[in-house]
Design a protein around this ligand. Structure first.
Ligand code: CO
Length: 174
């Protein structure tokens, strides 16, 4: 029995080697060549893991985090949680990261004009937005993952009407 099994194995091996141009053999070959490349792939792994920053917003119109520091090229995952109880229409919160140098007051005015249907993200000023979460009602969370590619001071706000005065902070990228 053992010999027969060995022969079958040998035959299979010979068959595979003999038919080097079949799809099966080709895929086996490509799988083999990709094996040595695995360490290179593994070296890229840390990049894939975004650093998580948890931020809560509340009925007192406060962000729990107002200063964030990051390195150029770093990937960040901002998780925003509305820990409040007031309805979304009265006390909704989002987290909007703006490009360095953005006129925050002007953006906030445009956001208010855009209204709830746009979740206070104005179409005409979207090029000033680096990243933003959804507008959240009480006990809701949303997350956004993005990469900061240039150094600078990036303002972030809640763009719900009137909130940016109190709900603001800065992401400093060096
Ligand atoms: Co808010």
């Amino acid at each position: 029995m053992k010999i027969r099994l060995l022969l079958v194995t040998l035959f299979t091996a010979l068959f595979a080697a003999g038919c080097g141009k079949t799809d099966t053999a080709a895929s086996t070959a490509s799988a083999d060549t990709s094996a040595p490349a695995a360490p290179a792939k593994a070296a890229e792994q840390p990049k894939a893991g975004a650093r998580t920053i948890e931020i809560t917003a509340n009925d007192q119109m406060k962000f729990s985090v107002t200063a964030i520091e990051a390195k150029v090229g770093e990937e960040l995952k901002v998780v925003l949680t509305n820990a409040g109880q007031l309805p979304k229409e009265a006390m909704g919160h989002n987290w909007v990261l703006l490009k360095p140098g953005t006129d925050v007051a002007a953006f906030a005015a445009a956001a208010a004009a855009a209204g709830p249907a746009k979740e206070y993200i104005p179409d005409a000023q979207k090029d000033q937005v680096v990243a933003h979460t959804a507008l959240l009602g009480p006990r809701k969370s949303d997350e956004i993952t993005f990469k900061v590619t240039a150094a600078g001071d990036y303002p972030f706000i809640c763009s719900f009407p009137g909130h940016f005065v109190a709900m603001k902070g800065t992401l400093t990228v060096k």
